[in-house]
Design a protein around this ligand. Structure first.
Ligand SMILES: Cc1ncc(C[n+]2csc(CCOP(=O)(O)OP(=O)(O)O)c2C)c(N)n1
Ligand code: SF4
Ligand SMILES: [Mg+2]
Length: 299
């Protein structure tokens, strides 16, 4: 690992994830690309079924320049545990083992394996690229799909209102395990993402980063808007940038004034059906969340 502080200027020009078949403007592929630039060629990556494995492993071509492997959908963290154990048995301590799993692969089917790995404090860095639905199989709802979002399993047709459940608080669920390090990030705040990956790489034990990664296809946004939308999620207060370490929560960024939730919502086709009343409900739940954060998180 690199000792110098990494940022857009000092990050290597080497590419470790290229030639893949992700859609234009794919936030998930940006997160994988940047994470591997921080972690370097010796990193071993584990990817379960999902968009990033579907676009990255195209036999006979591999879009990863580092060692990479596909795990079962539920088993990202278990496979990482095994790889870390294998290196440990050989006395090799400088190979980062990183996972890149989607929201479905992490918060739904993979949560048991992740919970077990954190419990054992395995020496792994788990990155959840959260595009807020099961994108690879056609935009089905996951437990990280936000309230109101239209997906193929929470359709708007026939009077449906889209998804009626709130997004699971995965960051705090992970933190509740007493993990050495957890953080949230987005592909719209690159310096913050790079800093958190580098920080996580320097910590022993289980580390977890939850990265919001817009998906132009599933969100109904222009492929050129991925970064701006991710940034607006933070500015509107709907996505919170934070860290958890030594049993405490830390806020990474507090918008001075929240930008308009309606503006953010109306840019995305998945929310096109929402009424002013629905948006008011989302705004109220944001305000409630921030009341809690202001009380519990350190600034
Ligand atoms: C046990 C199992 N169930 C279902 C599938 C089908 N499947 C493959 S990818 C995928 C969606 C993954 O969603 P997510 O983890 O959010 O990643 P994304 O595709 O959004 O990147 C599903 C349901 C599978 N491969 N294995
Ligand atoms: S469907 Fe979405 S997440 Fe999947 S490759 Fe395309 S942009 Fe990326
Ligand atoms: Mg997903």
């Amino acid at each position: 690992m690199n000792d110098k502080v990494l940022n857009a200027r000092t990050l290597t020009d080497d590419e470790f994830f290229y030639g893949h078949k992700a859609c234009p403007g794919c936030g998930g592929s940006l997160a994988v690309r940047i994470a591997l630039k921080v972690l370097g060629r010796r990193a071993v990556s584990v990817l379960p079924a999902g968009c990033m494995s579907a676009v990255g492993f195209n036999f006979p071509q591999l879009a990863f320049a580092n060692n990479s492997i596909i795990s079962t959908f539920a088993g990202t963290a278990s496979m990482m545990t095994g790889i870390a154990a294998g290196y440990r048995a050989q006395g090799i301590t400088d190979v980062p083992v990183v996972g890149f799993a989607g929201d479905g692969g992490t918060a739904d089917i993979g949560i048991q394996a992740l919970s077990g790995a954190i419990d054992r404090n395995d020496d792994i860095l788990y990155i959840c690229y959260d595009n807020e639905a099961y994108m690879n199989t056609g935009i089905q709802k996951s437990s990280l799909t936000p309230y109101g979002s239209s997906t193929t399993t929470t359709p708007v047709c026939g009077g449906g209102k889209g998804n009626l459940t709130d997004k699971k608080n995965l960051f705090e669920i992970v933190a509740a395990h007493g993990i050495p390090y957890a953080a949230t990030a987005t592909v719209g705040n690159m310096p913050d993402l790079i800093k958190k990956i580098q920080k996580a790489a320097g910590i022993k034990g289980t580390r977890f980063i939850h990265v919001l990664c817009p998906c132009p296809v599933g969100w109904g946004i222009k492929s050129s808007d991925t970064v701006d939308i991710a940034r607006e999620a933070v500015e509107s207060g709907l996505w919170v940038l934070a860290e958890y370490q030594n049993g405490e929560f830390f806020l990474s960024k507090k918008p001075k004034e929240f930008s308009d939730v309606k503006n953010f919502i109306k840019k995305q086709r998945r929310f096109a059906h929402l009424t002013d009343e629905d948006i008011e409900k989302i705004t109220e739940s944001r305000n409630k969340k921030w009341n809690y954060i202001n009380n519990v998180y350190n600034n």
